[in-house]
Design a protein around this ligand. Structure first.
Ligand code: AMP
Ligand code: MG
Length: 485
C-alpha cells in the first residue's frame, strides 16, 4: 500500500474533552530518515519503498497528516517512584489514529498540554534506544509496543551542560497506549465511576474483545491483565531485561512493554542490579521488578473500586506472584534445555542454584545460555568457565545439572533443540547501542540499521558482528543510565 492510501481511525474523542488535547506536532528542523522497519511496515501493509520518500519523513515529522488522522495527546496520572502525580500525560507524544488496530504515536514531536517543565522533545540517543529495543523485544517473543521509523534532525535539544544534542522522533505503534496511569487519571474528579467504566469498555474493545459480552467484564479484564503481566515479567526476568522506570504510567493495560527509557539487558548477572541512575534506592532493581508490577496492579485495583468488587480483585492479585514464578520457571527450564513435562519437576532448586552460581561466577547472563546451547557435551565446559571470573561455582552447578539430566532421563538432542529455540545468539546490550549512538551522532546511521537487523533476527548468524555474541567487555558491563532523554 502507498502511504497516501493509509486511512487512519481515531477512536479517542468519545471521551470527555478533559481526557485529551487535540494538538498538532511541532515539526523538527531539517528532518532526515535514519531507519525504518520492514517488519513494522508489514503490520500495516505499507510498501517499503514508501518509507524512502520525502513524504514519509513529513509523516513522521508531523508535517503531513494522513486521511482520517486527527492528532491528539492523552492525559494520564501515575505513581512515579511510589509517589502519586495527579497530572501527567503525553508530554512529548502525539497520537495519530490507527491502521489495522496499530495505533500510531510520534514521540518527541513537541509541546503538549501535558509537557509540564519538559520541552516536548526526545534526543537522538534515547530515540535510537527505543527504536531498536522495541523491535528486539518483539523478536524474543516479549510483548511490546513496536516502532515503524526513526528520524533525526538539526533541532537543538538541551539535556546537560556538557553537550548540545539533537532532536529525533520515533514513530511508535501499539495495539494500545492505555496505561495503569490512565485509569488513575480517569478515577478522580466528577463522574469518576462513569469515566472509569467508559475507559474500561475502551480497553476491553481494544485489548480484551472476547470479554465484551461477559458478566463482570471489568473484573475479568483485571484478571487477564494480572495474568498477562505475570507472564510479561517472567519473560523480562528470564532474559535479564530491566525496564528501569516501572512507574504506573509506564505500565500497559495490554500487558506490553512500553516507554523504553534507561532500560538494560543485564550484562554480568547480579540479582540486585539497578540500571537507572535516578533509582538510588533500587525500587526498580532486577529482583524487585515482579513485586513492583504487583504493586502497580494493586494501584489499578484501587481505581476500579467503584466499578468492581475490590476484594475479588485483591484476592485474584494473590495469584500474581505464583503465576509469575510458574511462567518464569517454564522459560528457565527451556533455557537450560529441560523438558518439565518429562520429569514433572519444575527444577526450582536447580534454577535457584544456577542463579547463585551465575552471580558468584560473575558471568555474562545471556552469553551463559548461548554457550550452554553450543556445548558438545556437559563434561567439557571450558567455553563456559573461560568466560567466568570465578570458575568453581559454575563447575559445581554443572555437577548438579548433570545429575538432574540423568535422573530425569533427558535426551541430549532434544535438550539442544529446546535451547536453540530459546537462547538467542545476540541480545542487544547497552554498549552496543552506545556504539550505534556514537556513530549516529557523527552522521553515520549504518550501525543503527545493522543493530536493528540483529535485533530483529537474534537467532541468526551475523558474521560481521561475531563480537556482539560475546560477553559485554568488563568496562561497559552493568553501567547505569540516566533518565534524561
Ligand atoms: P517517562 O518516564 O519518560 O515515560 O516520562 C514521564 C512523564 O514525563 C510523561 O508524562 C512524559 O510525557 C513526560 N516527559 C518526559 N520527557 C519529556 C519532555 N522532554 N518533554 C515533555 N514531557 C516529557
Ligand atoms: Mg512514560
Amino acid at each position: 500500500m502507498k502511504l497516501n492510501e493509509l486511512k487512519l481511525e481515531v477512536d479517542y474523542f468519545e471521551f470527555d474533552k478533559k481526557f485529551y488535547q487535540k494538538i498538532e506536532a511541532q515539526a523538527l528542523n531539517h528532518p532526515h530518515l535514519i531507519s525504518y522497519s520492514k517488519n513494522a511496515c508489514d503490520l500495516i501493509g505499507l510498501d517499503y519503498e514508501e518509507c524512502e520518500s520525502d513524504e514519509f519523513i513529513k509523516f513522521v515529522n508531523g508535517e503531513k497528516v494522513l486521511e482520517g488522522s486527527v492528532p491528539y495527546s492523552m492525559a494520564y496520572a501515575g505513581h512515579q517512584f511510589g509517589y502519586f502525580v495527579p497530572q501527567l500525560g503525553d508530554g512529548r507524544a502525539i497520537n495519530l489514529g490507527a491502521v489495522n488496530n496499530w495505533h500510531f504515536q510520534t514521540k518527541g514531536s513537541g509541546l503538549t498540554r501535558y509537557s509540564r517543565q519538559g520541552d516536548g522533545r526526545a534526543v537522538l540517543r534515547s530515540s535510537i534506544r527505543e527504536y531498536i529495543m522495541s523491535e528486539a523485544m518483539h523478536a524474543l517473543g516479549i510483548p511490546t509496543t513496536r516502532a515503524l521509523a526513526l528520524i533525526g534532525s538539526s533541532h537543538k535539544v538541551f539535556r546537560s551542560y556538557e553537550e548540545v544534542e539533537t532532536g529525533a522522533v520515533v514513530m511508535r505503534m501499539s495495539p494500545s497506549w492505555i496505561r495503569i496511569g490512565t485509569f488513575e487519571f480517569f478515577s478522580r474528579g466528577k463522574n469518576a465511576k462513569e469515566n472509569v467504566s467508559q475507559l474500561a469498555d475502551y480497553v476491553i474493545k481494544q485489548s480484551y474483545p472476547h470479554l465484551e459480552n461477559e458478566e463482570n467484564k471489568y473484573e475479568k479484564m483485571y484478571y487477564e491483565l494480572v495474568d498477562n503481566t505475570a507472564k510479561l515479567l517472567a519473560q523480562w526476568q528470564a532474559y535479564g531485561f530491566m525496564h528501569g522506570v516501572m512507574n504506573t504510567d509506564n505500565m500497559s493495560m495490554a500487558g506490553l512493554t512500553i516507554d523504553y527509557g534507561p532500560y538494560a539487558f543485564m550484562d554480568t548477572f547480579d540479582k540486585h542490579n539497578i540500571c537507572n541512575h535516578t533509582d538510588q534506592e533500587g525500587r526498580y532493581s532486577y529482583n524487585n521488578q515482579p513485586h513492583i508490577a504487583g504493586w502497580n496492579l494493586e494501584v489499578l485495583a484501587n481505581t476500579l473500586k467503584d466499578n468492581c468488587d475490590f476484594l475479588k480483585l485483591m484476592k485474584y492479585l494473590e495469584t500474581f506472584i505464583p503465576q509469575h514464578i510458574k511462567a518464569y520457571l517454564e522459560i528457565m527450564n527451556k533455557r537450560i534445555g529441560l523438558n518439565e513435562n518429562l520429569s514433572g519437576d519444575s527444577n526450582l532448586d536447580l534454577i535457584i542454584e544456577l542463579l547463585n552460581a551465575l552471580e558468584s561466577a560473575k558471568i555474562d547472563y545471556n552469553c551463559f545460555f548461548y554457550e550452554l546451547t553450543k556445548l558438545e557435551n556437559f563434561d567439557n565446559i571450558s567455553t563456559i568457565t573461560d568466560i567466568c571470573v570465578f570458575r568453581e561455582p559454575m563447575i559445581k552447578w554443572f555437577e548438579e545439572y548433570k545429575k538432574v539430566i540423568e535422573r530425569q532421563n533427558q535426551d541430549f538432542k532434544i535438550m539442544k533443540e529446546l535451547m536453540r529455540k530459546t537462547n538467542p545468539k545476540f541480545v542487544i546490550k547497552n554498549y552496543m547501542l552506545q556504539e550505534a549512538i556514537d556513530e549516529a551522532k557523527k552522521g553515520n546511521f549504518k550501525l543503527v540499521n545493522d543493530l536493528l537487523n540483529i535485533a530483529q533476527n537474534p537467532f541468526d548468524e551475523h558474521k560481521n558482528f561475531e563480537r556482539y555474541s560475546k560477553p559485554t567487555p568488563q568496562e561497559y558491563a552493568n553501567l547505569m543510565l540516566s533518565c534524561s532523554s
